[in-house]
Design a protein around this ligand. Structure first.
Ligand SMILES: Nc1ncnc2c1ncn2[C@@H]1O[C@H](COP(=O)(O)OP(=O)(O)OP(=O)(O)O)[C@@H](O)[C@H]1O
Ligand SMILES: [Mg+2]
Length: 264
């Protein structure tokens, strides 16, 4: 579903701020893989997702989604393959619009400009059904303005919108990090439900090692623009935080596996 071959990215090349953020990463995801991504600040996690989404081009290497080489495809053309949720709950939804209007936007994404005004009764029923999986009672608040929702409710709605069209790839960049622990757990639970239901191929960045271990069928840890640890299958299931820290120390050749990684 996703094939990344030897990608490199240097920011501000040739200046004093030069930074090699991606240092020859190769990664292949199979259909339905749910991969958690961890690593310290500046390790290159967000850069990896941004390069996949086409926010900026790679310096070299290739990226294919579902067999199609998208390396040279601009961001807006890749968007039809990809659902994204970011850390900031304010980002994925339009505050001044109603819940149902936001869902209609997501549902009509990629269909070009629809001249059809309003939302049909059938669509409204469909949105209600979709909202139920969030378990937040939003199915009874279709006409509420999204700006009135809490951060957690809004992030849950963003997740629903990002996955509405069953994207070939779901990219989550610390999408629960700005929420209180209880709300974060709920949104993560919903994520798990949607990913399993629709068998979505997913990359999820988190700073929480326990979450990274508890979710998904594969875990990668990034360090200095490379994949330093890659664990899957039975090994991943049995993994403990302590083992993960040990793996990281070995891979990075340092004791830098400190609480910075543990703390969300
Ligand atoms: N658009 C950009 N312009 C310049 N430098 C950038 C840009 N994006 C990322 N970088 C640099 O690339 C490196 C990797 O950053 P990235 O955001 O991928 O890290 P990260 O693993 O997501 O870290 P964090 O856990 O803090 O979110 C950092 O040194 C960062 O400063
Ligand atoms: Mg990041």
């Amino acid at each position: 579903m996703l094939e990344i071959k030897e990608i490199y990215k240097t920011f501000n090349a040739g200046t004093i701020n030069e930074k090699r953020a991606m240092n020859g990463v190769s990664l292949t995801l199979n259909d339905g893989d749910f991969v958690t991504v961890i690593g310290g600040n500046g390790a290159g996690k967000s850069t990896l997702l941004n390069l996949v989404a086409g926010v900026y081009p790679v310096d070299s290497g290739t990226i294919s989604i579902d067999g199609q080489d998208v390396t040279r495809l601009p961001e807006h053309k890749r968007a039809k393959f990809i659902g994204r949720v970011f850390q900031d709950p304010m980002m994925g939804t339009a505050a001044t619009m109603q819940i149902e209007e936001n869902l209609a936007l997501a549902a009509r994404r990629g269909q070009g400009r629809s001249l059809r005004p309003g939302i049909t009764r059938a669509e409204r029923e469909q949105y209600k059904e979709l909202l139920k999986i969030l378990d937040l009672g939003l199915e009874d608040r279709l006409t509420s303005k999204v700006g009135l929702l809490s951060g957690g409710q809004r992030q849950a709605l963003t997740l629903l919108m990002a996955t509405l069209k069953k994207p070939k790839l779901l990219l989550l960049d610390e999408h629960t990090a700005a929420l209180d622990p209880k709300t974060a757990a709920k949104v993560l639970d919903t994520t798990e439900k949607i990913v399993q239901r629709d068998k979505l191929t997913t990359l999820m960045i988190t700073h929480n090692m326990r979450d990274a271990i508890a979710h998904g069928n594969r875990l990668i840890m990034m360090y200095e623009g490379r994949i330093a640890v890659d664990v899957s299958g039975e090994e991943k299931k049995k993994l403990t935080v302590e083992q993960l820290l040990n793996l990281f120390s070995k891979a990075s050749g340092s004791d830098e596996a400190d609480d910075k990684l543990l703390l969300g």
